[in-house]
Design a protein around this ligand. Structure first.
Ligand code: TMP
Ligand code: ZN
Length: 428
């Protein structure tokens, strides 16, 4: 996932506080997570005293179309200028991408002679490689130069640019009409979403499909995943608002299903003039029945989020009173929302462990906790670990069995603050 914006066109976003999807000004902020620096701006030690910029992190609900998003407060140029997020090379992620490619292949590509798949925000080409293994032609679109280069090195043809109508025309000229256009975890990061949707529309003919995956708003709310809210995540999608959104572009939702990745995601199949599937219809009904089209749902959520902050702070206070040592696990962007919102800093956490070389040796944005390697962790076990990357709980806990066996404990912050010890190993 990387950003998909031409920075120069977005200087004035701050002024128009309207719903991104339907452009209504009937939007209501229901949650303010406080002044927060961009969640991926890890700091070098020498920059710590320079001062960082903090921005309000406010989330709105659109009374007209039920869309939920973060109020755009930061110039995208600043937000994304150093954005160097490589698709997590976790086993969990790769096996998810492989199974996604299998599903798409069986459904759309099996009978095609010269199938073509386009991936928007193709990152290092991980997803497209699975299609290549099936004999499918591919082209990725990736705006980050270093990451696009990495993808090409992996043998994945990659256009190093933002995706919009212009890029779509270039693809048509050079590669022809794709059978499938994909976007995983990018459709929530694009300030000028309409430009991207117009480009997608150009790439779809009657048999074509656009398939995207993103965190699913009802999962976020029900699992209290408030920490997945940060400035780069502009939108929290559900089907109800998207249905009318796509209609404006002559597209429609053909199908949708929930998938268990990133704390609960939705996979949406968009086509031209589709019949909507029963399971997509059921999801839309589910959203309405469960109150996701009402402001009250979100007000209740905001109260629950405050409760988590209280519980976590009391627990940490108590552990510190007993002189326990605590570290964080996974310097994920969402970890930074949690740490900043709960004001958990180096007084509370000795360090945060992360296996990404790019983050190691740096300091977390806002709270300035040092990021250390897994080796450091294994040589210096704390008593407790606050699991910041809870979406990889299974993988991380399995990897750190020894820590648990030696009496270490994990603090899992969502959906409710919970402490688990080695008994957890028997359960998983
Ligand atoms: P993400 O949820 O934004 O992908 O972030 C997860 C972070 O956790 C990422 O910085 C990598 C880190 N991580 C580890 O340190 N060890 C692991 O085993 C896994 C799966 C992730
Ligand atoms: Zn709206």
């Amino acid at each position: 996932m990387t950003n998909h914006i031409r920075p120069e066109t977005h200087k004035h976003m701050e002024k128009k506080h309207v719903c991104t999807l339907c452009k209504s000004n009937q939007i209501q902020v229901f949650l303010s997570l406080g002044p927060t620096p961009p969640a991926n701006n890890f700091l070098e030690e020498r920059h710590i005293d320079r001062g960082e910029k903090f921005y309000p992190l406010d989330v709105y609900f659109c009374l007209d179309c039920s869309h939920v998003g973060v109020l755009p407060r930061i110039d995208s140029e600043e937000l994304f200028s150093d954005y160097v997020y490589l698709t997590s090379r976790s086993e969990t992620m790769l096996s998810h991408l492989e199974s996604l490619s299998d599903t798409i292949f069986d459904r759309y590509l099996d009978d095609e002679e010269e199938a073509l798949v386009v991936d928007i925000g193709s990152n290092d080409g991980s997803l497209l490689q699975f299609f290549q293994e099936k004999g499918v032609n591919v082209v990725g679109v990736e705006p980050a130069e270093n990451i696009a280069r990495e993808a090409r090195k992996n043998g994945v043809p990659t256009i190093n640019d933002f995706f919009d109508e212009e890029t779509a025309k270039l693809i048509l000229e050079e590669y022809g009409l794709p059978d499938v256009v994909m976007a995983t975890n990018v459709f929530a990061h694009i300030p000028e979403l309409d430009e991207v949707t117009k480009g997608i529309e150009l790439l779809l003919d009657e048999g074509g499909a656009f398939i995207f995956e993103n965190a699913y708003l009802p999962d976020l709310i029900e699992n209290k995943e408030f920490d997945t809210i940060y400035h780069e995540h502009l939108y929290y999608h559900s089907l109800t608002p998207l249905k009318s959104y796509f209609q404006r572009f002559g597209l429609g939702i053909a199908d949708a299903e929930r998938v268990p990745i990133h704390g609960g995601s939705i996979r949406v199949f968009v086509e031209k003039d589709p019949q909507i599937s029963d399971r997509a219809k059921e999801l839309i009904e589910f959203e309405e029945e469960r109150g996701f089209t009402e402001l009250q749902k979100y007000r209740d959520f905001a109260e629950e989020v405050k409760g988590i902050r209280q519980d976590l702070n009391s627990l940490i206070e108590e552990l510190k009173r007993n002189n326990s040592r605590i570290a964080g696990y996974g310097a994920a962007a969402k970890g930074n929302t949690l740490l900043n919102y709960c004001r958990i800093g180096p007084e509370e956490l000795d360090y945060v462990v992360d296996n990404t070389p790019l983050k190691q040796g740096k300091f977390t944005p806002g709270m300035h906790i040092p990021v250390k390697t897994p080796r450091h962790f294994r040589n210096d076990y704390p008593d407790y670990v606050l699991l910041l990357a809870w979406n990889f709980a299974r993988e991380i806990i399995a990897k750190e069995k020894e820590f648990l066996e030696q009496g270490g404990k994990f603090i899992i912050p969502v959906p409710e603050v919970k402490v688990v010890g080695k008994e957890f190993l028997e359960k998983t």
